[in-house]
Design a protein around this ligand. Structure first.
Ligand code: NAD
Ligand code: MG
Length: 359
């Protein structure tokens, strides 16, 4: 097991990662002050069925443990579930020294984290991520639920006490979830620079390579990229926005197709290719888009659905959190590892996007 320290302006906490990480759970809880009075596990059906019992056996008998399980999937990041979790917590007598344990992927991390951020004005929580994508979502303290009018729009910054990344839990992930999570890994490599990117190109030929030492390396590197950015800018006043590379079009595609029709990582993969094309257009230089495309092709990432409408996507891009005054702001790449948030004008976006959709 490896310990990666996560430092943000508001808090420092450990991330434990490895094949035996879950065995540290009771020690982590034991080490917290004030003393933990009870544990509330929030999970979802698929993950609970597989791992809830194993997690419970790694908790001490002396502390009361409760659990609440929501359906799997993005739709569970809802007000209704948020409210039900709060009701269950109150009925179970959780107090300010209770701790919430988020057992699942990004959906559960966000939901349970937001419950923790607001229950009695905020109680402590621990992330136990179970997806590859969660190397991104479990670090950095952004927690939220969705509103029918916007994704992640009701939320908070609330850092966990610890992240416990038990790698054997990932063994049951379906292939499309490996690919989705790997989309964010590739994004982190583009933010990081040549060394990480060429390591991925050399060492990961198929998603099956994501095992043992290689999986550990990929996760540690990805987490480091995210952690370094969050350390500089916890609340997204500047560089944290770089983590949105590929997300302006990615989110627009997810929203146009309807959530759940395309995985987040697939949408981000498409969005990164577009962001590079836009960057080439804006900076007037070759940024080796074919290198990214070749990498994505290895893992069968989809290309953009050619029935999508450029104007509608642009309207969605204007609703992105980085955009304001009805102009699109995107994360562009000046060169590998060097990003910039930049205002882009509608005509340029339309031109590049139309060509991009035509393929
Ligand atoms: P997810 O939590 O829905 O998990 C994806 C799918 O995998 C689900 O069907 C789930 O049931 C299944 N699953 C999870 N773990 C499994 C396991 N070990 N074995 C078998 N199946 C398993 O989605 P995700 O991709 O992990 O996360 C996406 C969410 O994360 C989005 O809601 C997104 O907004 C959020 N997110 C948040 C941040 C942040 O900083 N807070 C960052 C990135 C993404
Ligand atoms: Mg993302």
């Amino acid at each position: 097991m490896v310990e990666v320290p996560i430092k943000t302006a508001s808090k420092e906490y450990p991330l434990f990662i490895g094949n035996d990480a879950i065995y540290s759970l009771s020690d982590v809880i034991d080490g917290l002050t004030p003393r933990v009075s009870s544990v509330f596990i929030i999970s979802e059906e698929t993950v609970a069925e597989l791992y809830l019992e194993e997690v419970r056996t790694n908790l001490q008998d002396s502390i009361p443990v409760y659990h609440y399980v929501v359906p799997s999937g993005e739709a569970s990041k809802s007000f209704e579930n948020y409210y039900e979790c709060q009701t269950f917590a109150l009925q179970s007598g959780l107090d300010r020294n209770s701790i919430i344990l988020a057992l699942g992927g990004g959906v559960i991390g966000d939901l349970a984290g937001f419950v923790a951020a607001t229950y009695m004005r905020g109680i402590r929580f621990i992330q136990v991520p179970t997806t590859l994508l969660a190397h991104d979502s479990a670090v950095g303290g952004k927690v939220a639920v969705n509103h029918p009018l916007g994704k992640n729009i009701i939320g908070a910054f609330h850092q966990p006490e610890a992240v416990i990344y038990h790698l054997p839990f990932l063994a049951t992930l379906p292939v499309e979830e490996w690919r989705s999570g790997y989309g964010e890994v590739i994004k982190h490599a583009y933010l990081s620079g040549e060394e990480f990117l060429s390591w991925l190109e050399k060492e990961v030929s198929t998603l099956d390579d994501l095992k043992d030492e290689k999986l550990l390396h990929v996760l540690k590197e990805g987490i480091n990229v995210k952690a370094q950015i969050v350390a500089k800018d916890e609340k997204e006043s500047n560089v944290r926005a770089f983590l949105n590379f590929g997300h302006t079009l990615g989110h627009a595609i997810e929203s146009e197709l309807g959530y759940g029709k395309i995985t987040h990582g697939d949408a981000v993969a498409i969005g990164m290719v577009f962001a590079l094309r836009m960057s080439e257009h804006v900076y007037g230089k070759d940024l080796n888009v074919s290198r990214l495309q070749a990498l994505l092709e290895r893992f069968d990432y989809p290309t953009i659905d050619c029935s999508l409408d450029a104007h509608r996507l642009m309207e969605k891009m204007k609703k992105d959190k980085k955009s304001y005054e009805h102009t699109i702001h995107m994360v562009l790449m000046k060169e590998l590892g060097q990003m910039e948030v930049r205002k882009v004008n509608d005509e340029d976006v339309l031109r590049v996007l139309t060509t991009f959709i035509k393929g």
